[in-house]
Design a protein around this ligand. Structure first.
Ligand code: B1M
Length: 211
């Protein structure tokens, strides 16, 4: 029972083993954040590198992603604070053309834990859908996630679409995902960039003046 064992089970896509190992580590007193970062995320990093090197292919990555989600489910109640007072409404989604949702789901989870009501639009979300959901739910923040260099440009459309509809002044826009940088955030006129889920939740609080 070790963090390496979690990482290895994830790399092999063994969801049942990942769940059992994560549970064992938690029961043994390992902090949830450590299990997430040094077990699950470390395993997914290896998967990403092997995928890039063409040593494994989409089906294996997909199975590893399912195993990661299974592990995260166990950690969820331990990673989030039980906030009671509502801090505002967040509309979140992975941008059009992009199906990666593990990072987006982590951001959602951390924000829920900070007391935000979340409207999750899922993946492959067009700019217009971010707009209609923001209007419908009177959102305080729109959060866009992207993992592909080919889809990150869609974030610029989200900013433009909200601007054209005249709602930009009352909705903050947050961006994140592996290829996103502060520089890119600034260049498209979004309000904030965060590198990881925990800091995204903190940033969201500061954007609504609740930090
Ligand atoms: Co894809 N994939 N993938 N993939 N995949 C990457 C992203 C890639 C880097 C792999 C590689 O080549 N090394 C590469 C992108 C290259 C590039 O654009 N530069 C890639 C590719 C090429 C592809 C396909 C095109 C492959 C193909 O079909 N030939 C294809 C595209 C499909 C599509 O989207 N249209 C594809 C498909 C897939 C799967 C479906 C198999 C699967 C996704 C399953 C799922 O998400 N349900 C998958 C996976 C799992 C990966 C890797 C291996 C892991 C991604 C992940 O979940 N990481 C990834 C390689 C890698 O990242 N090492 C890769 C764990 C997650 C916790 O991290 O999502 O970065 P991340 O989220 C972080 C932060 O980024 C941040 O917080 C999270 C942690 O705290 N964050 C935010 C995320 N969103 C945020 C929003 C915020 C703030 C912070 O504010 C709003």
């Amino acid at each position: 029972m070790s963090l390496e064992a979690v990482s290895e089970a994830l790399q092999k896509g063994k969801a049942k083993d990942v769940k059992a190992l994560v549970q064992e580590l938690i029961d043994g007193g390992t902090p949830a954040k450590e299990v997430l970062e040094r077990g699950l995320m470390a395993g997914m990093d290896v998967v990403g590198r092997r995928f890039k090197a063409n040593e494994i292919y989409v089906p294996e990555v997909l199975i590893a992603a399912r195993a990661m989600t299974a592990g995260i489910e166990i950690l969820k109640p331990l990673l989030v604070d039980e906030a009671v007072e509502s801090k505002g409404t967040v509309v979140i989604g992975t941008v059009k053309g992009d199906l990666h949702d593990i990072g987006k789901n982590l951001v959602k989870m951390m924000m829920e834990g900070k007391g935000f009501a979340i409207v999750d639009l899922g993946t492959d979300v067009p700019a217009e859908r971010f707009l209609t959901a923001a209007q419908e739910h009177n959102a305080d923040i729109v959060c866009c996630s992207a993992l592909l260099t080919t889809t990150m440009t869609e974030m610029k459309n989200v900013v433009a679409t909200l601007e054209e509809a005249g709602v930009r002044a009352r909705v903050k826009i947050m961006v994140g995902g592996a290829p996103i940088t502060q520089e890119y955030c600034d260049s498209i006129g979004a309000d904030a960039y965060s590198a990881d889920a925990a800091s995204a939740a903190e940033t969201a609080l500061s954007l609504v003046g609740a930090a």
